[in-house]
Design a binder for this molecule. Structure first.
Ligand code: GAR
Length: 196
């Protein structure tokens, strides 16, 4: 990936455990020294997102942009883009950012926008992935890191992790098992992009 400063902006909506895993890996794996890469900002569409407070404690710039205060999806995305672009990001990382993005947003960040989805794509795009996997009788489940295109949960697959579905699993127990793997594959996929 060309350029000297590879600023990373992470978008979250909730607990931000993937974001924290990425920030921690960026420090332990010395992304700044090795790639000139740093997580410079964490932005949430929810002011109360737990992850925002954690990011702030790490000295990372944080910002909440409440989507309910905007009249349209386009208006929110325009404001979000303005906020992101202040940081001139090399990568925009969706980490549990629970918003459907407008085509204009996706095009603007083409080649720089990545997401993690809690299923083995192309299976189970959309919501309630774990319950749907259990209901279908899947023996395995997992997570996928992928590039973002204007089609929801499509785009080139960058990494995947597989976990077993075990008898008695609920959506919650399966989600917890998948999440531990998300914390490994998301930083790993980003590191590969930074090194390329
Ligand atoms: C993660 O499981 C992530 O894969 C999922 O939300 C969770 C966020 O957890 N993302 C989606 O469902 C996107 N459609 P986190 O806030 O602790 O990282």
């Amino acid at each position: 990936m060309a350029g000297v400063n590879k600023n990373i902006v992470i978008l979250i909506s909730g607990s931000g455990s993937n974001m924290a895993a990425i920030v921690e890996t960026s420090v332990t794996q010395r992304w700044q020294d090795r790639f000139g890469a740093r997580v410079v900002a964490v932005i949430s569409n929810k002011a109360g997102a737990q992850g925002l407070a954690w990011a702030g404690e790490q000295g990372i710039a944080t910002r909440a942009l409440d989507h309910t205060r905007f009249g349209s999806r386009e208006a929110f995305d325009a404001a979000l883009m303005a906020e992101i672009d202040r940081h001139e990001p090399a990568l925009v990382v969706l980490a549990g950012f629970m918003r459907i993005l407008t085509p204009g947003f996706v095009q603007h960040y083409e080649g720089r926008l990545v997401n993690i989805h809690p299923s083995l794509l192309p299976a189970f795009t959309g919501l309630k992935t774990h319950q749907r996997a259990i209901d279908m009788g899947c023996r395995v489940a997992g997570a996928t890191v992928h590039r973002v295109t204007s089609e929801l949960d499509h785009g080139e697959i960058l990494d995947q992790a597989v976990v077993p579905v075990v008898p008695g699993d609920t959506a919650e127990t399966l989600a917890a098992r998948v999440l531990t793997q998300e914390h490994l594959i998301y930083p790993r996929a980003l590191e590969r992009l930074l090194a390329a």
